[in-house]
Design a protein around this ligand. Structure first.
Ligand SMILES: Cc1cc2nc3c(=O)[nH]c(=O)nc-3n(C[C@H](O)[C@H](O)[C@H](O)COP(=O)(O)O)c2cc1C
Length: 183
């Protein structure tokens, strides 16, 4: 007689960031998942040592110059085997304008990056708005944004992260992260 074993859901939220805005989103996702009763750890993607013990993974990172943060990509490469066996949710930052066209473009940028990992079939993929403050940029970003033709130069500081949308997305992950019931 096999008993019904319900595996504990344990989630790792891994993130990459340059200026902290992605980390803050990761923290809100963690809080939301914990409120739903899940066990959750959070770690910078580059510091993750193993995925054993986790039943699901959230990976978030910003897009810079059309590229997803390289620490997110190296995380996917490093943990390919483990990630193939677990539900993975992915998010990226970050458009600055509330314009559908821009969001579509950013989604296309992320999709292009994810194409490099054809084995990955995320249970959810989301784009969140980003944060920008030229004053806080370090080298080389502070130089890049001043190059001729850069749309970012002299752009006022902005933060369009939508915390309700972020919490909403995280809540929806809970059902997708429930492991199958095992006999
Ligand atoms: C130099 C620079 C280039 C950027 N390039 C892109 C881009 O190609 N696509 C995009 O969606 N966002 C782009 N962004 C916006 C960032 O993704 C956004 O500022 C995000 O909030 C940064 O996250 P972080 O604070 O975690 O580093 C760029 C920002 C900077 C400063």
């Amino acid at each position: 007689m096999g008993g019904l074993i319900r595996m504990q859901t344990r989630v790792l939220v891994a993130y990459a960031t340059r200026y902290g805005s992605t980390q803050e989103i990761a923290e809100v996702i963690v809080a939301t998942l914990r409120e739903s009763g899940l066990e959750v750890d959070i770690e910078p993607a580059k510091e993750v040592k193993a995925l054993e013990g986790y039943t699901a993974v959230v990976l978030g990172a910003p897009i810079y110059m059309l590229r997803w943060h390289k620490e997110a990509k190296s995380f996917l490469s490093r943990y390919r085997e483990a990630l193939m066996k677990r539900p993975v949710a992915v998010f990226a930052l970050g458009p600055f304008y509330d314009e559908e066209e821009e969001w579509k473009e950013v989604r296309a940028q992320l999709d292009k990056e994810l194409e490099k990992f054809p084995w990955l079939t995320p249970v959810a993929i989301e784009i969140f708005g980003g944060k920008y403050d030229e004053e806080k940029l370090r080298f080389p970003d502070n130089i890049l944004v001043r190059l001729p033709g850069s749309p970012l130069h002299n752009m006022p500081a902005i933060d369009i992260r939508d915390w309700d949308a972020i919490r909403d997305w995280a809540s929806k992950l809970v059902a997708q992260f429930q492991p199958a019931l095992a006999h």
